[in-house]
Design a protein around this ligand. Sequence first.
Ligand code: ZN
Length: 191
Amino acid sequence: MIKALVAAAVAATQLLLSTPVPAAQDVFQRPLASWAPHCLGFGSQWRYCNGVPLRACPSGAVWLHTAVDVVASTGEAVMAAGDGTIAGYSIDPQFRGGVLIRHRTSEGIVITQYWHVWLLGGLDVGSVVKRGQVFARVADMGSRTHLHFAVFKGDLEAHAWNGALPPSPCSGFPAFPYRFVDPNAFLAAHQ
Ligand SMILES: [Zn+2]
């Protein structure tokens, strides 16, 4: 019996040693309990649902939707995608609340962006959140109610706020996605 337990423990240890366990700071999760693309707005694959980029300029520059839009219901719980600190909260009359969470990962600073949400009472810029912690609720946008979720690889700067709306002049810089990365691919690579 003891021998079998020891053998099992050794086997478990070997398994742990052979399987690299990512550090907690590098583990991310989806911010909503369900994850279905929302196709009424700007699309969920960086482009309109028909595949067209948001804006293509004669120069060849292309502006993409920087996030995924996910089906959500008003008041639905929004969870932090990873351990981090709330780095920004902005309220827009049309788009409701936008929240930025700053994460320190082994690959550097990553910012996750959540639009069309209301921050929970008691939380503000500077609050520390844990992965999976409910920090906001989905705002009511009528038939266009959804969560806009983006991943920005870099530290806090003005462009980290950019979302679905690209700069209006074609001479504008930068072209997006700039430092935004595909959120679904990022989540899949950081489980
Ligand atoms: Zn969006």
